[in-house]
Design a protein around this ligand. Structure first.
Ligand code: SF4
Ligand code: SF4
Length: 456
């Protein structure tokens, strides 16, 4: 039975203990990109928690402009959680606060109306979502987005539209199609040919954005895991993880998707319901590990959600557990790594993701200053709060430029598109890739696939 958030004060009241855990020490302030950008206490975690407490205690209305503005301006990056000595679970507080304000009549601007319409009537309907992503791919692959950017038409329409086109363009493969596959060959032991799954065979969570715009990353994930003796299954009935809904305050939408995924991943085809669930997107992974909390009050799903969350791991963590193979040198130009906030603070798996790069001998690697700081993408934040998002992004691009890197690896499609779009619009030469794409290339050069290729 679904548990509805039925009135404006319920969501925050439910999280009272987490609000009271904040002792207002302020140690989180310098870790907060929006506080650093605006120097406004209300744009920092401590100030936002103060506002949440005021709403919970009835001293401030949840539809007041002060509350809405400062909660809206939060990136949800959760860097404050890592800095907090009191263990305040800020991410969960933010979701509750957004659930409060999403119902406010004052919140009904056209941007929010469109967002909530799309989340409700497209994102919750797999057929419509496939159609929408198919249309997005058509705009990208037909050259429409590039044309709009190159001719300046997109800029003339609005800076927001120009950035949206740049995001779409930023999802293109940064590297050339590899000869092996463009010639029409595939590894013979590709996952779909891997035979009957062995006990505990992991299940791949594909993610709606990744599967639609970055299918190459899912393919690389499957190849790399297979080479390490870990062929994956991938349930057909899986759906979006629900992160966009949760971040936008639509917790019921997020719960609906969570229940569908828990059912979809209930058992592997070998009947194993404890198989690891592998993700390669930090945003999805952080959402999947929060299902236990999201459905804690649902009597039918609470226990199953908790078990589901315990099975989730990033591909970097899975490879690490397998003591994965080193590949060959990939001879790339200078490469750096940017940690996805949610991979880092939601899944605590950023180091495991970076570890994929260490499997490539002689990688020309440069450390990135502020790699642990948000890029300003944050789901659809870049569309909703474009000015602040740009400020945060400019800082990121400045550090990338200082590193001298021309290749950047990051493990989340939102960060990927945000950084690629920002770099392209700023005229910065940068290829953005997922770490597993580089490892895949390294394995190809090591001949791990070639020995087992067949014509298809
Ligand atoms: S989630 Fe990020 S932007 Fe929001 S308060 Fe915490 S550190 Fe600041
Ligand atoms: S959230 Fe944590 S670090 Fe920030 S003020 Fe509260 S107790 Fe201190």
């Amino acid at each position: 039975m679904a548990v509805e958030i039925s009135n404006l004060s319920t969501a925050l009241a439910h999280e009272e203990e987490k609000i009271l855990a904040c002792v207002h020490c302020g140690l989180c302030l310098e870790a907060c990109p929006t506080y650093v950008a605006t120097a406004d206490e209300n744009d920092g975690p401590r100030g936002r928690i103060y506002l949440m407490r005021a709403v919970k205690e009835g001293r401030l209305k949840s539809d007041s402009p002060t509350f809405e503005t400062h909660i809206d301006r939060c990136l949800g990056c959760r860097a404050c959680e890592a800095a907090c000595p009191a263990g305040v679970q800020y991410g969960l507080l933010l979701e509750a606060a957004r659930a409060e304000i999403s119902k406010s009549p004052a919140k009904q601007t056209w941007v929010y109306r469109i967002l909530h319409f799309v989340l409700r009537h497209v994102w919750l309907q797999p057929g419509r979502l496939r159609f929408a992503f198919g249309f997005a791919r058509l705009m990208r692959d037909s050259g429409f987005a590039k044309f709009m950017l190159r001719t300046g038409i997109a800029r003339g329409m609005s800076p927001r539209f120009e950035f949206a086109m740049a995001l779409l363009e930023g999802s293109r493969a940064a590297t050339k199609p590899r000869g092996e596959q463009s010639a029409g060959k595939m590894p013979a032991n590709r996952p779909q040919d891997a035979g009957a799954p062995t006990a505990g065979a992991p299940m791949l969570f594909k993610g709606c954005v990744t599967e639609s715009l970055f299918k190459r990353v899912n393919d690389a994930t499957q190849r790399v895991l297979t080479v390490n003796g870990c062929a994956t299954q991938s349930p057909e009935s899986q759906v979006c993880c629900g992160a966009l809904h949760a971040h936008a305050g639509d917790l019921e939408g997020a719960r609906k998707l969570a229940r569908q995924n828990i059912d979809a991943f209930a058992k592997g085809s070998n009947g194993d319901d404890a198989a690891p669930i592998i993700t390669n997107a930090g945003g999805c992974g952080a959402m999947l590990v929060s299902y236990g909390h999201l459905l804690a009050d649902d009597p039918n799903y609470a226990e199953r959600a908790k078990e589901f969350s315990e099975r989730v791991r990033d591909v970097g963590q899975q490879l690490h557990a397998l003591a994965f193979r080193n590949g060959a040198s990939i001879d790339y130009e200078r490469t750096t790594y940017d940690a996805s906030c949610h991979l880092q603070h939601g899944q605590h798996a950023a180091d495991a993701s970076l570890g994929m790069l260490w499997a490539m001998p002689d990688l020309n690697f440069a450390l990135l200053t502020g790699s642990d700081v948000c890029c300003g993408g944050a789901g659809v934040y870049n569309m909703l709060e474009p000015e602040l998002s740009q400020e945060v992004l400019i800082e990121k691009l400045k550090h990338i430029n200082e590193s001298g890197a021309v290749v950047l690896a990051t493990a989340n499609p939102g960060c990927h598109m945000q950084i690629a779009a920002g770099a392209a619009l700023a005229g910065v030469k940068l290829k953005v890739v997922h770490p597993v794409e580089l490892l895949d290339e390294s394995y190809r050069r090591a001949g791990f696939y070639e020995k087992q290729t067949v014509e298809i």
